[in-house]
Design a protein around this ligand. Structure first.
Ligand SMILES: C[S@@+](CC[C@H](N)C(=O)[O-])C[C@H]1O[C@@H](n2cnc3c(N)ncnc32)[C@H](O)[C@@H]1O
Length: 215
């Protein structure tokens, strides 16, 4: 694993974007939670919505490969730049890290839910929500897969603990991250268990509650 991380971190795009990684000690930061959960739950299907350069799909793909089975469905319309627009380059990008189980869909979640790939999707063990960071879009992403989640499935929301303005889509298109507002809504709902981490740009884990009052 250390050798794999060493190679991963040669690409500067794998060290930033708010996952609290550190290159000097080959520390995946929040990536350990992604990797550990995928090794523990052993999902056959993982869905990742949004990624700048593929850190999360790669770490989850690596975990599934180490499990010996499973596939990452990665949804990203490439809104930041053209990085995800060339299918062969995307394949080569993931293959360069020896991860071959990621299937990319060049579209928004809003479009993905109208595809055959969505309709035929098996039970989802992990859903990683890191697309457009407003409460409204995070809720859409969550609800789009709610009926497809495995009973022990976990949903992870990145950039989910504080409001902040981002200019990732251009200086002329700033917007405010408001995913934390949706986390507050889930926290107030007894149907869910919700646990947040403030490290990096923040992560929230959401599971269907199983105790009394959960129904
Ligand atoms: C830039 S990433 C956020 C950074 C992220 N924290 C990371 O680790 O890479 C957000 C991604 O979400 C994608 N995105 C934006 N709106 C989306 C939507 N409606 N559905 C799916 N993906 C979306 C963008 O193309 C972008 O690549």
């Amino acid at each position: 694993m250390q050798d794999w991380i060493k190679k991963l971190f040669v690409d500067p795009g794998m060290v930033g974007m708010g996952h609290d990684q550190s290159q000097n000690d080959l520390n995946l930061g929040l990536g350990w939670i992604y990797y550990g959960l995928a090794r523990t739950i052993r999902p056959k299907t993982v869905v990742v919505i949004g990624s700048y350069r593929g850190f999360v799909p790669l770490v989850l793909g690596k975990a599934l490969q180490d499990n010996g089975q499973g596939e990452v469905i990665f949804i990203d319309p490439s809104m930041v730049d053209d990085f995800w627009k060339c299918p062969d380059c995307v394949k080569a990008h993931f293959a360069a890290h020896e991860v071959r189980n990621i299937r990319h869909h060049l579209c928004t979640t809003q479009d993905f839910v109208n595809t055959e790939a969505y309709r035929s999707l098996g039970e989802v063990g992990l859903l990683y929500v890191d697309g457009y960071h407003t409460a409204e879009f995070a809720k859409f992403d969550h609800e789009a897969f709610a009926d497809k989640m495995a009973p022990n499935g976990v949903v992870l929301f990145h950039d989910s603990v504080r409001e902040r303005v981002t200019r990732i889509y251009g200086d002329d298109r700033p917007y405010t991250h408001t995913v934390c507002q949706y986390m507050d809504e889930l926290r107030a709902n007894p149907k869910f268990e919700v646990l947040s981490f403030g490290e990096g740009d923040g992560l929230t884990l959401v599971k269907k509650a199983s105790g009394p009052g959960a129904a």
